[in-house]
Design a protein around this ligand. Structure first.
Ligand code: PEP
Length: 251
């Protein structure tokens, strides 16, 4: 089963509109030749989504949001809904990022509701899971990601278009990357968990990205693992050349 490599840049709370549009204009030129081999998406902050969508017109780069609310509209000051994200040109929504879990109280149950909202709006989720350093040191990694995957996917029919991102919390923004062996072990386990829920055929099609200090010089090794189907990239997605180097590592 061949799974097309999928690389997403998570810009977090970075880039003004002017900076964001300049970045994607540069990126377009750098990655136009990987069109068929690698799927690429960028996730700017909410304020830059629409102008970035315009700057990406007729390109092979898709637009993702970094989160959404579980309701389509209502009295939720400061929030943005999935239909609003669809309207401005998003195709994907990153959900359950460890920073959302850590700083904004997101749980597997809220992630599950947000996935439902995302799908209802015609968008697809990139569902983040991963263990903390403490959990890894206590040998709980597989248990933690199993709970997160099962909690996120509870109640959904098999959907091979969903994307899961394995992001060990201790590797995010720290410069510490999981070894390709550590990452492959968890990816293979996640695929097994998905297989238990949705059957082996679907599990073989679901793409699982790795995230955590992916850079141009470690991407090829990570992306070369049999169950690693792409990357979710934070820091290194903020410069076009750095992000393009990761994309080209697989192309
Ligand atoms: C992330 O935030 O999803 C991430 C992987 O960040 P970084 O690449 O900076 O570790």
């Amino acid at each position: 089963m061949s799974r097309r490599c999928f690389v997403t840049g998570n810009w977090k709370m970075n880039k003004t509109v002017a900076e964001a549009t300049a970045l994607v204009r540069e990126l377009r030129g750098l990655v136009s030749m990987v069109r068929d081999r690698v799927e690429v998406a960028v996730a700017p902050p909410f304020t830059a989504l629409y102008p970035v969508a315009k700057a990406l017109e007729d390109s092979n780069i898709a637009l993702a949001a970094q989160t959404c609310h579980a309701e389509p509209s209502g009295a939720f000051t400061g929030e943005v809904s999935a239909p609003m994200l669809k309207e401005v040109g998003c195709s994907w929504v990153i959900l359950g990022h460890s920073e959302r879990r850590q700083f904004f109280g997101e749980t597997d149950a809220t992630v599950n509701r947000k996935i439902a909202a995302t799908v209802k709006a015609g968008l697809l989720p990139i569902i983040c899971v991963g263990e903390t350093l403490q959990e890894r040191e206590a040998n709980k990694t597989l248990e933690v990601v199993t709970t997160q995957v099962k909690g996120a996917l509870a109640g959904f029919a098999a959907n091979p278009a969903f994307v899961i991102a394995y992001e060990p919390v201790w590797a995010i923004g720290t410069g510490k990357t999981a070894t390709s062996r550590q990452a492959q072990e968890v990816h293979a386990h996640i695929r097994q968990v998905v297989g238990g829920l949705w059957g082996q055929d679907t599990a073989a099609q679901v793409r699982i990205q790795y995230g955590g200090s992916v850079k141009g010089d470690n991407a090829a090794e990570l992306l070369g693992q049999p169950d690693i189907d792409g990357a979710l990239v934070g820091g290194a997605s903020l410069k076009a050349a750095d992000f393009a180097a990761i994309i080209k590592a697989r192309a």
